[in-house]
Design a protein around this ligand. Sequence first.
Ligand code: HEM
Length: 420
Amino acid sequence: MSTAVPVFNPFSPAFQADPYPIYQQLRQIDPVHRVKGFRFDQWFLTRYADVYEVLNDSRVTVDDLPVRLAEKGLHLRQTEAMKSESSEPFQTLTQTIGHWLFFVEPPDHTRLRSLVSKTFAATRIEQLRPLIQQQVDQLLDRVQPQGQMDIMLDLAAPLPAAVSAAILGVPECDRPQLTQWSYDLFHVFDQPLSLQDYQRIDQIAAKFQQYFTELVQTLRQHPQDNLICKLIEASQEQKLTDAELIAFLSMLFSVGQETTENLIGNGILALLQHPECWQMIQENLQRSEVDTLIAKVIEELLRFDSPVQIISRTATASVALREHEIQVGDKVHLLLGAANRDPAQFTDPDRLDFGRSPTSRLPFGSGIHYCLGAELARLQGQIVVRAIATRFPKLQLITDGLTRRKSVVLRGLKHLPVTF
Ligand code: HEM
């Protein structure tokens, strides 16, 4: 292999189609990859040990995207084109994501996360098993007579929306609209974006804000047993402000959507491309240890083709990493997809292997920002894989030409057409 520093362009079609060969080169030749910037540098980390270390280093804090967006908005307001605007550009978006856990540090992060951590703990999530199973059964019943389906459209997309709506207490009829907004809002993580993109996402943030403000007003008058009402109670006890409450609801509905879809889509695709693994699941379906196996399958699928590929941080102090010195204000991008294929952590990392020892993995990040919805995503993945394996043992891919969604942060398919 050449020892020249590999060209790292996460927007290139080749990278989007298959990032793993580039990750391998970066991990080997340039694991702390630096891209010099005008004011601050950007660093791209690909080794498991480095990613883990930075995620657990309190000197490297959350991405300062809300601050940067606010600055950009202020700057634009002063330009001729935007002088007539009544408010600063991207104001709703900035305020919304500014309250999201992803962009908040302690003590606010600890306070806000503690309001929802019990709801998303493993034991509470396990109680949702019958609901998730029922949703999966209904979705599969619908496509069974056709003998074929698009895993993404018929199953992966509607499932997380139905589950999040049930947890929060969002009326069923509003789900499709909120799901569509969720895709657009999540796009804010995909940096850098054009002015038009930010304007569009800002409008979506405003729609989410209006929707949840009205729903909260209704539920204040007619309380029900759901997460929104628990958060309303917490706001009455002044544990969070009204603005935090509304912003939190858009986060809770939207961030589990495309991420969970990608676990289902990437996961089923990997199983179809590894018939021996699919066969192994089939052979174990009637055994008593099937639950343990399916749990291992999901952990391995999350590692093998991680739904979230990159998360970002900002250095608040100078940090030494290998022979490099990351400076205050520099951006540090943690390539989870690369870390999860690091041979120093996983033997033969490019092999899909359900028998791996349960060494720690990073599909859900690490440290205080570890994914709030990890148990919920795992359970949905487990129920889906088991249901499909049981009902459609002859599952087959219809096409070779799969199209991926355009994203640097997320890795997922647009369609996954199969016959069964
Ligand atoms: C397979 C599906 C999922 C994947 C791969 C995933 C991945 C991640 C990752 C990598 C992080 C860390 C972000 C960082 O450190 O910057 C994260 C955080 C988060 N995730 Fe997930 N996620 C998934 C599903 C969900 C679901 C279903 C929810 C629903 C509530 C959710 C809610 C969150 C929240 C609120 C955070 C921020 C936590 C914090 O900052 O304290 N995620 N997720």
